[in-house]
Design a protein around this ligand. Sequence first.
Ligand code: AMP
Length: 415
Amino acid sequence: MANISTYDFAGKKAIVRVDFNVPLQDGKITDDTRIKGALPTLKLILEKGGALIIMSHMGKPKGKVKPELSLSQIVDAVSAALGTPVKFAPDCANASEAAAALKPGEVLMLENLRYYPEEEGKPVGIDKEDPAYEEAKKAMKASQKEFAKKLASYADCYVMDAFGTAHRKHASTAVIADYFGADDKMLGLLMEKEVAAVDAVLGNIKRPFIAIMGGSKVSSKIGIIENLLGKVDKLILCGGMTYTFAKAHGGNIGQSICEPDKLDVALGVEELAKKNGVELVLAPDAICGDAFSNDANQKICPANDIPEGWEGMDAGPEAQKNFAAAIKGCKTILWNGPAGVFEFDNFCAGSRAIGEAIAEATAEGAFSLIGGGDSVACVNKFGLADKVSYISTGGGALLEAIEGKVLPGVAAIRG
Ligand code: AMP
């Protein structure tokens, strides 16, 4: 594989997969972190005399043209960020002429890759149970290759810099790499940093190692939780999943978020933690609200004794103390998912307590890795972004990498 820092881009066209799936409101970007994240790679290629073909997905158009998910909406912002005009190809699979016309220093951005079902490579409009599904899948894989080959034909080299989608084997994140020689495909600077951050956690774990997993549901994180139970010394489980654990022990949880069909999963996690000698930290109390609103009335209750009409919306004061105490003194820290409905200022104290404890431990020498949109938003909200070791742009990709899975987007380049 080639290396972006030593590769000679002069006179070459580079097709770069970035993650420009930025949040938009009325056509305006509300958070440009992802654009900023890709800039070092894009600027480096231009500085070295290359021409850029930028490709990304936006949202989930599921193989259909959806104007509200058009990347044309962010062309001006990308131009401003790069400090150079960006041309736009309104059909990513028919951009040969526009690509061929590019001169060194020029930039072309392709329309949303996911307007084509070939990008994700999943058959559309056919149920998995349908007997014809397997045939449809095979046909789609063949057209995915054609689609990837077409994208590859625009350029001399391929740069993969979309960590957020590196866990997907899509046309632009992995399949395309087959159409470039080993010397003409490489990871971008953001990908290199992300992969190094994961290596820093997994390759050289300094103990104690603590993971803090929050968010709304246990079901979406069970794979990583079980995996982490084989690696960490301590595990804090917080956020909405607290109440599935409380319910599993027969507690009263009022209107709190809960997955009643996952009670056995919760008990299984506790069992595995015990078996592996992992200290499992759950919230003993909760800040409850009488409505799912920032202005709801508040009451502090034991997490397993929440009255009807109330719901647990944040970690209680006792829980906050316990979380901070568990984090203190740890040398490796991974945080994914908030401890409560942090979007509401009145219910963000638990997430803040975790963020501050991580910042303190980091100041005392811990390596802290924060990943997943919501925990990153927490760290930013509390002004702690420069007090943690590394903020990952990947949610699912980061967790899969931490699980020890090889990401298709990395494997495609490294072989
Ligand atoms: P996830 O996407 O699973 O990581 O969950 C993130 C979301 O979980 C955030 O939007 C939080 O507002 C939400 N969340 C965290 N704690 C709770 C809770 N106790 N009740 C309802 N939602 C919660």
